[in-house]
Design a protein around this ligand. Structure first.
Ligand code: SF4
Length: 449
């Protein structure tokens, strides 16, 4: 257990003696000094040993692809106003994502990047990175690196970063982190570290100071004049969402007056279908094939929920090869803020292809309540009480099957305002009249199991 509001445990997951322990402790100390509420902090981690810290932080955490954490954080920070967005990345991630770092500094996104520079890729066995200094020995280059390293502080300072600093990772540098966290624009702190498992093993007797000295890296702070911070113009408040959707005044009025009713409908729908879990949240799993509009349909449904005054989260899952295999969207709609994405067992599962069923079969087989909306070409095992089986693919084709299935479900249950979903479908450039015609070809005998 921990006595800090920012971290769950005092015991951290790194190797004994690893400098990463100190980066985390200094971060926590700096955040405590700033007295920020934990949920006003977003920690974005990259791939690497440092990235296994995510579950230990009580802040928001997001885990990015290798080298892409700054780009992810830039997008998050640009849409926020009050929150502090911090990036953790190693020297390997900084090498792979160098262009992202340079652009974040050049465009002045309001994020603080902490580079854990232990001069090698620790997680994958100690390979040298572009920040490994000449002569530094690693398992892959036991004779020592022969090329010169990048000076990440100098590079980002040249790119226009308002604040960069390099600190000795062996001590208490929480004050330097406080200073970086309180910058208005982009800031970066490079922490010179040691990795006992690979770095010190191959470079015995060295420490952070001697490594920095041999590499010609000075500790210090470098500043450019402050300038405009990159943020998005926020158009996503409730009022502008309606105008963005080009919704008519009539529809807007209808939806506003429907809000309490919508919640009642969600509640009665759940009760009607025997959903016994606590009211207040309603979850969908939408599963189909890549390239068939599953993510877009999920987004349309989430935006429909937002239009109805509900909170919404969406999580997309698909293989690395985004053009083949399954595509799954998990949505939560609730009348209370939702602090997570993803679901265990959904209230509604919409399955429109074999790829989607193969992915979701395990979840579907555990659905003892709720509703399963499924294409009639698919065979499945479920103990789900309510199964709506229709030829969505046959009637609408692979590209429209998921929209048709969602429309079918909404029209049948009215758990969300159908008008708002229609507007979303139209804004996606889909042929609404065609969908309407396809709806008419579905059976009105709904085949409840
Ligand atoms: S492998 Fe190195 S960098 Fe990774 S946790 Fe262990 S000591 Fe730290």
């Amino acid at each position: 257990m921990s006595d800090s509001p920012f971290i769950f445990s005092r015991a951290l997951p790194f190797c004994p003696g690893c400098s990463h322990h100190l980066v985390v402790r200094n971060t926590v100390k700096a955040l405590e000094r700033l007295n920020l509420p934990p949920l006003t902090v977003v920690l974005v981690t990259d791939i690497g040993c440092h990235g296994i810290i995510d579950p230990f932080f009580c802040t928001h955490t997001v885990h990015g692809l290798h080298g892409r954490a700054p780009a992810l954080a830039a997008g998050i920070a640009a849409g926020l106003r009050e929150e502090k967005v911090i990036v953790y990345m190693g020297d390997g991630g900084a090498s792979i994502g160098l262009q992202h770092l340079i652009e974040c500094a050049r465009l002045n996104f309001p994020i603080t990047v902490i580079v854990f520079n232990n001069m090698l890729y620790g997680m994958t066995g100690g390979q040298p990175s572009s920040l490994t200094p000449c002569g530094f020995r690693t398992p892959l280059r036991p004779e020592g690196a022969t090329e010169a390293n990048y000076d990440i502080c100098r590079l980002l300072y040249s790119a226009g970063a308002p604040y960069v600093s390099r600190v000795n990772g062996a001590g208490d540098y929480s004050e330097a982190l406080v200073e970086a966290f309180t910058q208005h624009g982009f800031s970066l702190v490079e922490v010179i570290e040691t990795c006992p498992s690979y770095g010190l093993k191959y470079n015995p007797g060295q420490n952070t100071e001697s490594i920095a000295q041999k590499a010609g890296l000075e500790f210090g702070v470098w500043r450019n004049p402050e300038r405009k911070v990159m943020r998005l113009e926020l158009t996503y408040n409730r009022a502008s969402l309606f105008s963005e959707l080009k919704m008519s005044g009539k529809v807007e009025r209808e939806i506003q007056t429907q809000e309490p009713k919508v919640r009642e409908k969600v509640a009665s729908h759940r009760a009607g279908f025997g959903v016994s879990r606590p009211l207040g949240t309603f979850s969908f799993l939408i599963a189909g094939s890549a390239g068939e509009g599953v993510q877009q349909a999920g987004e349309a449904l989430a935006r429909t929920g937002v239009s109805a005054g509900l909170y919404a989260t969406k999580k997309g899952t698909y293989p690395v090869t985004v053009g083949t295999g399954y595509s799954v969207a998990e949505l939560i709609l609730s009348n209370k803020p939702i602090l997570y994405t993803g679901i265990d067992i959904p209230d509604v599962a919409v399955i429109v292809s074999q790829d989607g069923l193969t992915y979701a079969e395990n979840v579907v087989s555990r659905m003892s309540e709720g509703v399963l909306v499924i294409d009639d070409s698919l065979t499945h095992q479920t103990s789900c009480a309510n199964v709506l089986r229709q030829p969505f693919r046959k009637i609408a084709g692979p590209k429209n099957a998921v929209l048709l299935a969602l429309m079918f479900y909404l029209r049948l249950t009215s758990v969300l305002p159908v008008e708002a979903f229609v507007e979303e479908v139209k804004s996606m450039g889909r042929n609404w009249n065609l969908l309407l015609e396809q709806m008419g070809r579905l059976s009105s005998n709904h085949n409840y199991k």
